[in-house]
Design a protein around this ligand. Structure first.
Ligand code: FAD
Length: 165
């Protein structure tokens, strides 16, 4: 899904992937054949199984790398609700708007359905604060989408992948 954060994405460091296709053949593709987009790649549309990927990382100063890593980790701890179970950003970044900001502006930070809650720390995350059922989470997602559409006329796209009913 071309994960990314703090200005980097998997597409920036990946050289190639080898996958098993629907005919049980091993196929190797280069970076440019992955059809990388924002949080998306060819593997989102196919039932292929990646067996291995090759990455090229840059050499650098160990201390600088550790400092950068700690900085990013501290920023996550500060801004994301890592203390409660969640699946990461529920919604994708908007093309012309900041998703968490519009959800916050319609007053949904801390809004709850059953055991699911729009995080009070980061409105882009839906957290399981008290034994939430899948239905609680799905209902809350729909409610957030509806309110943002009604009040901001923006369409939220899911970043999480919903499996099953
Ligand atoms: C607290 C938190 C913060 C996060 N922050 C970020 C962030 O800043 N940026 C960001 O981009 N994402 C973020 N995420 C999302 C995270 O990147 C994705 O959840 C990640 O891709 C999940 O990988 P996984 O292997 O754990 O999950 P999985 O559920 O195992 O896999 C994710 C998808 O890949 C498929 N898949 C898994 N293995 C293979 C394989 N071998 N071949 C083909 N397909 C496969 C699965 O079918 C599924 O569709 C965050 C998530 C959490 C929980």
């Amino acid at each position: 899904m071309n994960a990314g954060a703090y200005g980097g994405e998997i597409k920036d460091v990946l050289i190639s992937s080898t996958y098993l296709n629907e005919n049980y053949e091993l196929v190797e593709i280069k970076n440019e054949d992955h059809e990388f987009k924002y949080r998306d790649s060819i593997f989102s549309k196919k039932d292929w199984i990646i067996i291995e990927s090759k990455f090229k990382v840059q050499y650098g100063n160990k201390e600088e790398i550790e400092n950068k890593r700690n900085e990013n980790m501290n920023s996550r701890i500060e801004k994301q609700p890592l203390d409660k179970p969640n699946a990461g950003s529920t919604f994708k970044r908007g093309e012309d708007f900041i998703t968490a900001k519009v959800i916050d502006e319609v007053g949904l930070k801390g809004y709850k359905i059953g055991g699911a809650m729009v995080s009070e720390k980061h409105a882009g995350f839906i957290v399981n604060y008290d034994n939430a059922s899948a239905k609680d989470i799905l209902d809350l997602i729909e409610y957030v989408k509806k309110r943002v559409k009604e009040e901001k006329n923006k369409d939220l796209q899911l970043e999480v992948l919903i499996i099953g009913d």
